[in-house]
Design a protein around this ligand. Structure first.
Ligand code: AMP
Length: 396
């Protein structure tokens, strides 16, 4: 059985076709610059050369059509007909407080995704177009919505309520939702299995450190707290996002620079984080290189980044009254051994000891703490596409 996974971003569409019999990726690819000049599809099929199509893509609908065409292409494709696709799993950014699990798309689901446009203005409209394009191109096939917010719906009120007048929660559902839920769910479940923890008596902290970054505190297999909020701007310092800051900073800069609130949010989402602090790049490799070459701002950016992760680990350990395992995942978490080591050293008061040899390894699930470490520390590569495909299969 083959499942297509679609992940529509604001101007991009990532996809994978997965054979669920052996969970092998048959093809994957990316449509970039949708609705922008210079749109491009890059299609990678196992055992074949990359196939690049440069053609205008006015909307995500055009992108979905091109993806299906590439999948059945006589030379570059991997299936003879789109009929071979059993179902489509869609990553959907925001399900509000309605969905705590994945669901087969129907009119109600589409209505909720539409109602959440305000909460996910860049992603939810694109997600809905992706779903409707698949409904049109693959009639009769099930589409499953897998929400980034779903895993975090188990958070207690004390974790998700903001300390602002209650009327805003009642009127507009202003609260913390959390994101990267598919990754936090996949990694925390795998951590419990891999480390042999008792799910019903477990305290796990997942550090999803990629270009976007978030931590979650997973108590007895369920999300207890997470660092992102109403939107993915809250929490850790990220590639281009500020994470936590005093909201008064926004008013101060806006007044001084004559900017409106939308411009300020754009700065905090796209021009801040390690990019804004270092002035070098949003890519941790570039910033790391600049820091090594003596760029002070780059060094401070990385120090501040680690400092914030350490503070959150400390906070979540306290909130859960303990921690059994700390897991690193995503681009930085999986690849940057020095970052893992320094963050772990920052919480060494917990009795954590890192095995430097194990920590050097890459690309595999591995325990990087020593056998006598009081808290287990591990790397578990995230795989959001496979998680979406599994959720989709489970609903067929
Ligand atoms: P993701 O959003 O999970 O794809 O992660 C992307 C981030 O991972 C980028 O900012 C990269 O700089 C970072 N990254 C990838 N490989 C490495 C590496 N070897 N060392 C440090 N950062 C890395």
């Amino acid at each position: 059985m083959k499942i297509l996974v679609i992940n529509c971003g604001s101007s991009s569409l990532k996809y994978q076709l997965i054979d669920m019999d052996n969970e092998a990726v048959l093809a994957k690819g990316l449509c970039e610059r949708i609705a922008i000049e210079g749109s491009k599809l890059t299609h990678k099929a196992s055992g074949k050369e990359d196939y690049v199509v440069e053609t205008p893509m006015e909307t995500h609908k055009t992108a979905v059509e091109l993806v299906l065409k590439a999948l059945v292409d006589p030379v570059h494709g991997v299936i003879k007909s789109v009929d071979e696709i059993s179902a489509v799993g869609h990553r959907v950014l925001h399900g509000g407080a309605v969905y705590s699990e994945s669901i087969v798309v129907n009119d109600d689901v589409k209505r909720v995704i539409r109602e959440c446009f305000d909460l996910g203005p860049l992603h939810n409209p694109a997600n809905l177009i992706g779903i409707e394009a698949c409904e049109a191109a693959l009639p009769g096939k099930k589409n499953v919505a897998v929400f980034d917010t779903a895993f975090h719906q188990t958070m207690p009120e004390k974790s998700f309520m903001y300390a602002i007048p209650h009327e805003y929660y009642e009127k507009y559902h202003i609260r913390r939702y959390g994101f990267h839920g598919t990754s936090h769910s996949f990694v925390s479940k795998r951590a419990i299995e891999f480390l042999g923890l008792d799910k019903n008596n477990s305290k796990v902290i997942v550090c999803h450190l990629g270009n976007g970054a978030s931590l979650s505190a997973v108590l007895n297999g369920k999300c207890f707290d997470t660092s992102m909020g109403l939107t993915p701007l809250e929490g850790l310092i990220m590639g281009t996002r500020s994470g936590d800051l005093d909201p008064a900073v926004i008013q101060f800069i806006a007044n001084k620079e004559g900017k409106d609130i939308n411009e300020m949010l754009n700065i905090l989402n796209k021009k801040s984080g390690i990019l804004g602090m270092s002035g070098v790049s949003s890519d941790f490799r570039d910033v790391g290189k600049a820091a090594k070459e003596g760029n002070h701002d780059a060094e401070v950016a990385l120090d501040a980044y680690k400092h914030r992760v350490i503070k959150y680990i400390g906070a979540y350990t306290a909130a859960m009254n303990g921690v059994d395992a700390i897991i690193f995942t995503a681009g930085v978490g999986e690849n940057d051994a020095a970052m893992r080591k320094e963050i772990s050293e920052g919480v060494s008061f917990l009795g954590i000891k890192i095995d430097d040899e194990a920590n050097k390894k890459r690309g595999e699930e591995i325990v990087i703490s020593t056998p006598d470490s009081k808290v287990k520390v591990a790397v578990i590569p995230t795989n959001e596409e496979l998680a979406i495909a599994r959720e989709t299969l489970a609903l067929l």
